[in-house]
Design a protein around this ligand. Structure first.
Ligand code: UD1
Length: 417
């Protein structure tokens, strides 16, 4: 199993480009099931999760291939409308094939998802949304069956803000009869990117990016071409990599407007950060202050950057409190960070981090989920000696060539078996 070996090597310096966003690419790839024919994507990140999605689409009769820098998905009517346990368990987002299949073919059978072990992560709101559009839902033997000869538009209020739930129900509503209104919808930029692709296919969606999305059902969608938006979480991770090493790093091909909450907190901690429309630069700070952070749905501080920000706070001046409100079990990186010498007390949803500038030392650690892995690499960049991050397959799910990008900035990082 691959490991990442990181040796603290001083400040990072240089320019690095963000890749396409995993969390936009996944729902967009599943949305192809709404329209038979050839869909073409650019800026598609080369990631394990994209491979898993391609595998699932293939199992549903699609052909997927790279043509130079383009990723093509050729969609045909599936032989069966079942997404198997073996494929869905690898990646929770696989459940997003349900909305499109249900809308297009009137039927979908999808295994209940697995994915990152960061809390129970139910799918009840996806299912309630489908029911509001007239679908019948039954669950047996670990599979969810959804059926409806023709979905009908309706109003649905999400009890909790859910990114995947909003995406799944929004996709289903594109082909429903009449108008659907989704209230308390997620406002994440990835939802906007998905809605833009759906509209390119002929859907009539408005209000995406706000908490009320209106979808006027259409009879048919057609394949289109789209460039996947930049990955804000990867971009934020790279910015923190510059900051934590007291380096000067410019991240290009990103949208700083998507990262306002992170930039605000980093500035509050004392970092100087310049932004343009599509790039951001962090400048070296000798020391930085501890700041408190609470995760919440967009545009507030993203849960997907909580672990990386915690790494930054372990070497801040003073004590910070990080509160996780999105997932109930997202502090698994804490025990691993303490192996590197961090002083952190985790409670159920709150962690108290007593910053100790210059105190981290290398150790073997275990990656537990995708973003936790990134936080361990960040801590490894400044720990004295060697940090070995085990189980980095988690990292490969969501970061494209992270070791190459960090090496190009001057990090001493390599992958070994
Ligand atoms: C997506 C992102 C993930 C990110 C998360 C929150 C993708 C592929 N993944 O995950 O990286 O961390 O958004 O920004 O885009 N919930 C329910 N019932 C449901 C659905 C969700 O109670 O039916 C709860 C979850 O348990 C969680 C909260 O809602 O506490 C938010 O989850 P959700 O936004 O759905 O996360 P994902 O879409 O799975």
């Amino acid at each position: 199993m691959d490991k990442m070996v990181v040796i603290g090597n001083g400040p990072l310096k240089g320019t690095v480009a963000a890749s396409g966003a995993k969390n936009a690419a996944l729902p967009i790839l599943f949305s192809t099931l709404l329209a038979e024919g050839n869909h073409i994507f650019t800026n598609m990140p080369k990631l394990k999760d994209i491979e898993s999605t391609a595998e699932l689409l293939q199992s549903l009769g699609c052909e997927t291939k790279w043509v130079g820098d383009e990723f093509h998905v050729n969609v045909h009517r599936p032989q069966s409308f079942e997404a198997s346990y073996d494929l869905v368990r690898k990646m929770r987002a696989s459940f997003l094939c349900m909305g499109p299949m249900l809308a297009k073919y009137g039927e979908a059978v999808v295994s209940q998802p697995g994915g990152c072990a960061i809390g129970s992560r139910p799918i009840d709101l996806h299912l309630d949304g489908f029911k509001a559009l007239g679908a019948t839902i039954t669950q047996k033997e670990g599979y969810v069956h959804a059926a409806s000869p023709k979905l009908k538009g309706g109003t649905f209020l999400f009890e909790t803000v859910t990114v995947g739930g909003t995406e799944n129900v929004m996709m289903a509503a594109t082909l429903a009869e009449g108008v659907t209104v989704l209230e308390n919808a997620a406002k994440e930029p990835e939802i906007v990117d998905l809605a833009e692709y759906l509209n390119k296919m002929g859907a009539k969606i408005s209000g995406h990016g706000t908490s009320v999305i209106r979808i006027e059902g259409v009879k048919e969608l057609k394949p289109a071409k789209h460039s996947i938006m930049p990955d804000r979480i990867e971009a934020g991770t790279l910015l923190i990599a510059g900051a934590i090493t007291k380096g000067e790093v410019t991240v290009t091909k990103c949208v700083p407007a998507h990262l306002e909450a992170l930039i605000l907190k980093m500035r509050e901690a004392g970092f100087k950060i310049d932004t343009t429309k599509d790039s951001m630069t962090v400048y070296p700070a000798d020391k930085w202050e501890a700041v408190d952070v609470t995760t919440a749905p967009h545009p507030l501080f993203p849960t997907d950057l909580q672990a990386q920000f915690m790494a930054l706070m372990t070497v801040a001046n003073g004590t910070s409190v990080i509160t996780e409100t999105v997932f109930e079990n997202r502090f698994m990186h804490v025990t691993e960070l303490t192996r590197l010498g961090s002083d952190i007390t985790p409670k159920t949803r709150v962690a108290v981090i007593r910053g100790q500038p210059g105190k981290l030392t290398g150790a073997p650690v275990m990656a537990t989920d995708l973003r936790a892995s990134a936080s361990l690499v960040l801590a490894g960049l400044i720990a004295a000696g060697e940090t070995v991050v085990n189980r980095i397959y988690h990292l490969d799910r969501g970061y494209e060539k992270l070791e190459d990008k960090l090496s190009a900035l001057g990090a001493n990082i390599r992958r070994t078996e």
